[in-house]
Design a protein around this ligand. Structure first.
Ligand code: IPD
Ligand code: CA
Ligand code: CA
Length: 263
């Protein structure tokens, strides 16, 4: 299954790149005012589903664009292009994210950024890799030495209790804060130690399923702001483990305050 996944996601990346090469002609439609889907998203997802069903006809599949496909025991979780906004704007930060669960437990994950040529993979209990080389989270412990990522999915859904107060509180404490546009890649960057933590509100399971396994297999923590799994995926905090407590305290304290102007 590992080698099947590696081959599959690499070929899916080629499909994304082929669409990127004719970006001006790629059809783009709106799922909502700011949430886009392109013919590349659909083509990649269709390719993935076709090949998974061919190889493993009794497996279940859930894809961001086509929803659930019945099956038993094993379930594939697909985000065909994570970072569609980046893709449409010809920015390099987009990825394909595929996770495989058995009885609800993720045991294989792959995130492939085709423009950057970076394939992150993990198998439960066997660590995580970048282009086949083992990766580990960073050992930075002081927030002012840390670079972190976040995202603004919450604004897309116009959530009242959103990420802006969290960014305002954390940005002054950090060496750097980045919004790269692919939550899956955000988790992989924590896994390989480029960044030290990532947090976001209002993600979905297809955004994080593969990246979560990659980050935890690389020695990181992936929980909700309080350190529990219950709030995932709508509330996610991925860290190198060392900065978890400080980050959890800051995020939980601010996020649990009533929104401004509330009665
Ligand atoms: C998006 C990316 C982005 C995150 C958004 C997601 P999509 O995925 O992961 O980083 O902030 O919330 O929706 O929609 O391009 O697959
Ligand atoms: Ca996504
Ligand atoms: Ca997507």
């Amino acid at each position: 299954m590992y080698n099947f996944l590696k081959q599959l996601i690499t070929e899916a990346g080629d499909i994304a790149l082929a669409h990127k090469a004719r970006l001006a002609d790629v059809q783009v439609t709106r799922k909502s005012e700011k949430d886009l889907v392109t013919e590349a998203d659909v083509a990649v997802e269709n390719f993935l589903i076709e090949h998974i069903q061919q190889q493993y006809p009794d497996h279940a599949i859930v894809g961001e664009e086509s929803g659930s496909h019945a099956g038993a025991d094993y379930r594939w979780i697909i985000d065909p292009i994570d970072g569609t906004t980046s893709f449409v704007h010809d920015l390099p930060f987009f990825s394909i994210s595929i996770a495989l669960e058995k009885s609800g437990e993720p045991f294989l994950g792959a995130v492939y950024a085709p423009v950057l040529g970076e394939l992150f993979m993990a198998e439960k209990g066997k660590g995580a890799t970048l282009n086949g080389n083992p990766i580990r989270v960073s050992d930075r412990s002081v927030l002012s030495d840390c670079v972190m990522t976040t995202g603004l999915a919450c604004l897309r859904q116009n959530l009242e209790r959103n990420n802006l107060p969290l960014m305002a509180a954390l940005a002054p404490k950090l060496r750097g804060l980045r919004i790269l546009g692919s939550a899956a890649m955000d988790l992989c960057y924590v896994a390989c130690g480029r960044t030290d933590a990532s947090w976001e509100l209002n993600l979905n399971i297809h955004d994080i399923a593969a990246g979560m396994l990659i980050a935890t297999e690389a020695g990181g923590t992936v929980t909700d702001f309080s350190g529990q799994p219950e709030g995932l995926p709508k509330q996610i905090l991925a860290t190198n483990g060392i900065v978890f407590s400080e980050m959890s305290n800051i995020l939980s304290t601010i996020h649990n305050q009533p929104p401004e102007n509330s009665p």
